[in-house]
Design a protein around this ligand. Structure first.
Ligand SMILES: N[C@@H](CCC(=O)N[C@@H](CS)C(=O)NCC(=O)O)C(=O)O
Length: 214
């Protein structure tokens, strides 16, 4: 299968992580002529990454791609089968995907101190702290965000936490603010091959992109 994406995109990272956790072979490529080229717009009319191409299946929207990858094989389940367990995993995933990540990415336009609006920064930092407190209470003290094995909570959580660690120090804030379970999780991501490789690739690609913008 083919994943079209930029390695530092938190949305592409979801597709990449899901593919890695599930054990699928895939090829990652950057859309050759850009995101708005006629060829790429045929795959995703929105001109955004990620896009997944698996034979005749062409999908965009990271959450749909993750669900497809999960549904394609029962191997290495990312959503447990029981209704209660599945809902807990989905709830943790939703906190990251729908609340924490948008608040963190809202700081993207504020990174340059000369163009910063401190009221926007303060509002985003307050939202981030609120969501982190909620997540810290929800997650179990286990190796992964929703338990002993990787789930979609990690697929949505790890890319968001990557950007949290990258951005917050630039605003003088401590990314995890001493939240014990989340801090332990971040330290443990180094021990999981899919997580450590994906986060390292995001780091390399983000640095290269930032250098290209200077
Ligand atoms: N809702 C989409 C968002 C994807 C998205 O915004 N991707 C960014 C990269 S981080 C992108 O392609 N931006 C280019 C653009 O919007 O022109 C998803 O979940 O896949």
């Amino acid at each position: 299968m083919d994943i079209f994406g930029l390695a530092f995109s938190p949305f592409a990272a979801r597709a990449i992580l899901a593919a890695r956790f599930k054990g699928y072979k895939y090829k990652l490529s950057v859309p050759k002529d850009g995101l708005k080229s006629p060829a790429f717009l045929k795959l995703n009319p929105l001109g955004k990454v990620p896009v997944l191409k698996d034979g005749s299946v062409v999908l965009f929207e990271s959450q749909v791609i993750v669900e497809y990858l999960e549904a394609k094989s029962k191997k290495n389940r990312l959503v447990p089968s029981g209704a209660k367990a599945a809902s807990q995993v989905r709830l943790i995933g939703a906190m990251f995907a729908d609340y924490l990540q948008p608040a963190i990415m809202g700081l993207w336009g504020q990174l340059d101190p000369s163009k910063r609006d401190q009221s926007v920064v303060d509002a985003k930092l307050a939202d981030i702290a609120k969501y982190l407190d909620i997540i810290e209470k929800m997650i179990p003290a286990k190796a992964y965000l929703a338990g002993a094995k990787p789930t979609i909570a990690d697929v949505y959580g790890a890319p968001a936490l990557f950007f949290l660690n990258k951005f917050l120090p630039q605003f003088g804030a401590d990314p995890l603010g001493g939240r014990k379970k989340l801090s332990k999780y971040m330290a443990k991501t180094k021990k999981d091959k899919a997580l450590s490789t994906t986060l390292a690739d995001m780091d390399t690609a983000l640095t290269a992109w930032q250098n290209s913008q200077r």
